[in-house]
Design a protein around this ligand. Sequence first.
Ligand code: ACO
Length: 324
Amino acid sequence: MSIRSEIIGHGHYAPKKVLTNDDLAKIVDTNDEWITTRTGIKARAVVEDELNSDIAAKAAEMAMKTAGVSPKEIDLIILATVTPDNTTPATAIKLGAMLGVNPGVPAFDMSAACSGFVYALTMADNMIRLGQVKTALVIGSETLSKITDWTDRNTCVLFGDGAGAVVLRATEGKGTAEDTGVLSTVLFSDGTHYDNLRTTGGVSTTQNAGFVTMDGKEVFKFAVTSMPQAAEEAMKLANITIDDVDWIIPHQANIRIIEGVAKKLELPEEKAIVNIANHGNTSAATIPMTLSEKIEDGTLKKGDLIVLTAMGAGFTWGGAVIRL
Ligand code: ACO
């Protein structure tokens, strides 16, 4: 017998304001055809007067509602983000107060860029399996529009704002791949790629947040090898093979990266969930937003075996196997 973290609730939220590719073509020298063929993105949501904590709260409230748990039952909050409301305190702590979570509950932000949700899920799962907490709120939420240089066509077409969340609850499993919940997680980083994808500023360097800058080709190359590697290691740990998998939810960076990951894993393309067209890359939010939206529309069903895989700035990368 072993303790598992069952996913008992899911939530997502995207801001109301939408920028289409045609809207961006009025700001920078780009066009819908270039963006669509290279990224699969058609539109992205951007915040107007909302903060990251506001959109995170919307996703978290939906996750608690679908889980049927009250904020008073939450005993851990982890918010994966690179766009916190303030440099300190952690936005997760503010979120706890906004949601009405009991004072005293541990809460922290997880900074692992686009791998942030997989990192946060791993931390929450480990704390649950150690018996330290029973019911955890894990959120990925980003206001990337605030660190986007809207004059740089190399980057501004890629990103969007949004939030996704899950509620995890400790449950008893057999310790086999038949269990529901988080079956395995793996995490990696390699700081020799620090400069390939980063912001131009930060507290200790420029005293401002800066804007995202990247070497797109290096990011692409690393993503199509690291994401399959993380997926394979997570599957091995969970004692399953690709043939057992119902779906893979890759980080939604770009359609060509997703196609490359599916090909490397020898997974039929229709099993790789693509949810990028109307959201763009929302960094730590892509996986929980996709998970939640695809549960809501009936694509993902109870009992489905799903592989999560992500890669982001750092570079960081990681994977997980979950059964709904
Ligand atoms: N519109 C039109 N032209 C553009 C645009 C744009 N928005 N952006 C760049 N270009 C131009 C460049 O200036 C360049 O022009 P030049 O040849 O005259 O110098 C040309 O397009 C480059 O074209 P390609 O070589 O065809 O570009 P590529 O195929 O490398 O695609 C892309 C670029 C989409 C950024 C690709 O490298 C990529 O997907 N990289 C991954 C980046 C990514 O997803 N980052 C997100 C964060 S990381 C993560 O989430 C994992």
